[in-house]
Ligand binder design. Structure first.
Ligand code: NAP
Length: 244
């Protein structure tokens, strides 16, 4: 029996693991960072917690006798993606990075930023009430905007305090539809939406903000590490079938 490690933490990773777990002669191990207390998990073997950097991951891959790795982490989870690439290269384990195609502007347009600090510079003059829809981590760069008010959305109470002077936090787990997003944007009188370019089908918040005439700032996804990139679950399964 061959063994596949899926680095997860996204809904696509979940779907993929549920499918690979049905494949014959293949055991799927699904890995989570362990940030969420009650994560959505697929029906397969689950492991939780960091590996301890590249060396830790190499040790794990050897000890767990992993034959293939699919990195299906969120496109902004760049540390684990880099670690997975380096660890797999070091011990010659075939790996792909699954990555949903990024959102492209069409009738919905936005202002792009490449980093958090660029986002800060761009929203400085844009409005007072910001829906900072990027989760509850990596908020430090925004703390210098002490005259702004921020809405944060998270699945559960963050471990670290929110480093923003004026903010409100709502606890909700997606996916959200356009009516929910419109209600949120309206109830909190949002002036600007900031979102990561998470890729896949355009998020309902983009449509809702666009229709309400709320400007959107999108933080574009970081470059994935070198190696094979796969944009759909089907292509990931094809790759796997060719390996086994
Ligand atoms: P990150 O910055 O790339 O990773 C930080 C550290 O967390 C890694 O070095 C690794 O620790 C550990 N880690 C991350 N993902 C892991 C996984 N799937 N299994 C085991 N260890 C993992 O990651 P992040 O941005 O904090 O994201 C953490 C998790 O949340 C990921 O699974 C990701 O898919 C999910 N997520 C992230 C976002 C986002 O916007 N970043 C959004 C939705 C979901 P060690 O070095 O000790 O191995």
């Amino acid at each position: 029996m061959k063994r596949l490690l899926i680095l997860g933490g996204t809904s696509d990773a979940n779907k993929l693991a549920a499918m690979t777990n049905e494949m014959l002669n293949l055991a799927t191990i699904y890995s989570l960072a362990g940030r969420t207390h009650s994560p959505n998990i697929p029906l397969c073997e689950i492991r939780t917690g960091g590996f301890g950097g590249v060396d830790g991951l190499v040790n794990y891959l050897r000890a767990a006798r992993i034959n293939f790795v699919i990195d299906a982490t969120h496109p902004f989870a760049d540390k684990i993606a880099a670690n997975a690439a380096e660890a797999c290269n070091r011990i010659n384990i075939p790996r792909i990075k699954f990555c949903r195609p990024p959102w492209e502007p069409n009738e919905i347009t936005w202002i792009s930023a490449l980093t958090y600090s660029e986002t800060v510079r761009k929203i400085r003059t844009m409005g007072e009430r910001i829906f900072l829809s990027i989760g509850a981590n990596n908020l430090e760069a925004f703390s210098i905007l002490s005259n702004k008010w921020f809405l944060i959305r998270a699945i559960e109470k963050p471990i670290h305090p929110i480093p923003l002077k004026n903010h409100n936090i709502v606890f909700e787990r997606g996916p959200f539809d356009e009516i929910q997003e419109r209600t949120l944007l309206t109830n909190f009188r949002i002036d600007v939406l900031v979102s990561k370019n998470s890729g896949g089908p355009p998020a309902a918040k983009l449509n809702a903000a666009h229709k309400l005439g709320i400007p959107i700032v999108v933080i574009e996804k970081p470059m994935p590490p070198a190696g094979k990139l796969v944009f759909t679950i089907e292509k990931s399964l094809d790759w796997l079938s060719n390996q086994t």
